[in-house]
Write a protein that binds this ligand. Sequence first.
Ligand SMILES: Nc1ncnc2c1ncn2[C@@H]1O[C@H](COP(=O)(O)OP(=O)(O)OP(=O)(O)O)[C@@H](O)[C@H]1O
Ligand SMILES: [Mg+2]
Length: 403
Amino acid sequence: MDPRRNPFSPGAGVRPAQLAGRDELIETCEIAMDRVLNGLYANDIIMTGLRGVGKTVLLNHLVNLAKSRGMETIKFEVPDASGGHLTPAMVIALGAVLKKLDRLKKAGDGLRLAAAALQNFAAVFRVKYEGFSFGASPARAVADSGDLETDLPELLMPVARAAETRKTAVVLFIDEVQYLTKKELSALARTCHEAAQQGVPFLFIGAGLPQIAALAGDAKSYAERLFLYPEVAALDDAAARKALSAPAQAQKVKFTNGALDRILKETDRYPYFLQTWGKFAWDTASKSPITEADVKEANPAIIAHLDQNFFRVRFDRCTGLEQQYLRAMAELGAGPHRTGDIAAALGTTSSKLAPVRRNLISAGMIYSQRYGETGFTVPLFDGFMKRMLPELEPYKPGRRSLS
Ligand SMILES: Nc1ncnc2c1ncn2[C@@H]1O[C@H](COP(=O)(O)OP(=O)(O)OP(=O)(O)O)[C@@H](O)[C@H]1O
Ligand SMILES: [Mg+2]
């Protein structure tokens, strides 16, 4: 059918025509926003889920919901685990927030203090900042110790108070939270903790891979009580069907039940794959309804496309040994698997493979939610690994470098 009217949108953070199955999670976040606006306490939230499950799309949707409430929003994505991304992002975003707060109500003492904190913070963390200062005196010893854990709360508390004076609140959204360094994560947790204790209108909503709960717990023992960790999972059966049928229906196109059954089976109901199968099935079918035969016909092209694009880029970033590790995981199935079993599949021990595993976790390829357990962060990666490397080779120490 006409690709110009194809309503499916596989891509990173691309808003789907139908945001299916997330009502409960959205409601949880909306309640938190409204509580904060009403001067009440709400847990900060870190949504966790695998690759392509719809975290970025959700976060963008929540940013819009916060904006529609007149809340001041800050959103950024941590690009990788190299560190140092948080401070410049905060300076730029908070500079913009202060300007907006100034427009709501001209600078008073509160805003001046916030601006001074921002100037100090930018200076001590060597971030170029040319925002305006509201005549603030940078001499005030606030947010200028050089210790992020002290300075980040000292920076954000006055901004949230300035927002409160203007009858609004600050919501900080961070995508790919698992890439923050331990220090950055500690500083963030400390900020949330301070905000809760001081009763200032500040809310943090993050999204990241499943290991984030453990990372946050390591960074600060109280993180467990501070954050809610709702899971962004594969869609349930009804939502997955709706994700396919509703956008088609809007174009007066139907899927047969057989076609839907087949797509649900192929995709394990993961949103990115639902979009991909929907798109290809639409393009393959010559007319409505889209049938199971259309899906079957499209399948080889879909697998080839995903292998070439979605999976392959991740695979290519790994060293030979890392690829072997992933291949051993695939041998055991979709997972998660016991770390010891993975080592055994390679004919060696977990301790020998610890550096490889650590690198793969830090690169976001695999995750460990529970001690001694390892899973793929990318759904359906096991099938891809078997297609890429049909044979599982035993581990040969020294054959390749570990880095
Ligand atoms: N609830 C949903 N219903 C239907 N499609 C969805 C839903 N959520 C996301 N999608 C689609 O899934 C794809 C992936 O979404 P998104 O980029 O938000 O995932 P992600 O979890 O952020 O992935 P990554 O971890 O790789 O960043 C997009 O094409 C999006 O349109
Ligand atoms: Mg994302």
